[in-house]
Design a protein around this ligand. Structure first.
Ligand code: 4NP
Length: 172
């Protein structure tokens, strides 16, 4: 594949939900042998935690699912609209904050809420912020981001008219 499909997951702090989403989606594409097809990142709309590693409970819950998080927190910026094909917001507030930086319809079209790809729910509910929760809140988020990643990957492959046969042929 020449041009990679570039995806950035975005939450508020970029230490809980969006690094969990980045890790879950990366893990899924690796398991499917599709890593070369993607560039995957995450960012926060706020700058509170720039340079920090993900929240220790996010890291622990991901590790228990076999996912190692390596991201360092960074703030979402206008340039991300120029680089990424898909900008995936965790909640409605992130969604609005991202859209407020967009300058045209093509940029606005890149922005979507992650749970539109969650097969267990109707509509596009928020990925709930676990920051003030105990471990159960973080595990709930991990379940959501893993499930939404499956729906998102299937949607992308369909949207780009990529079949598993194309991928196998590309590997040969
Ligand atoms: P996140 O969670 O947006 O999922 O990374 C939060 C992390 C930090 C803060 C809020 C939410 N904070 O206020 O510092």
């Amino acid at each position: 594949m020449s041009e990679k499909i570039k995806v950035v997951f975005v939450c508020l702090g970029n230490i809980c939900r969006s690094p969990a989403a980045e890790g879950a989606f990366k893990n899924l594409v690796e398991k499917k042998g599709l890593s070369d097809l993607f560039e995957i990142d995450s960012a926060g709309t706020a700058d509170y935690h720039v340079g920090e590693t993900p929240h220790e409970t996010t890291t622990k819950v991901a590790r228990e699912r076999g996912i190692i998080l390596k991201h360092l927190c960074r703030q979402f910026q206008y340039a991300d609209f120029l680089k990424f094909d898909y900008i995936i917001a965790m909640d409605n507030s992130n969604y609005k904050n991202i859209l407020s930086l967009a300058r045209d319809d093509a940029q606005r079209k890149k922005v979507m809420k992650f749970r539109r790809f969650d097969a267990n729910v109707k509509g596009e509910p928020d990925v709930p912020d676990p920051y003030y929760d105990g471990i159960a809140g973080f595990e709930h988020v991990q379940d959501i981001v893993e499930r939404s990643s499956v729906g998102f990957l299937n949607w992308i492959l369909e949207n780009h008219h990529i079949t598993m046969q194309d991928i196998e042929e590309n590997e040969e």
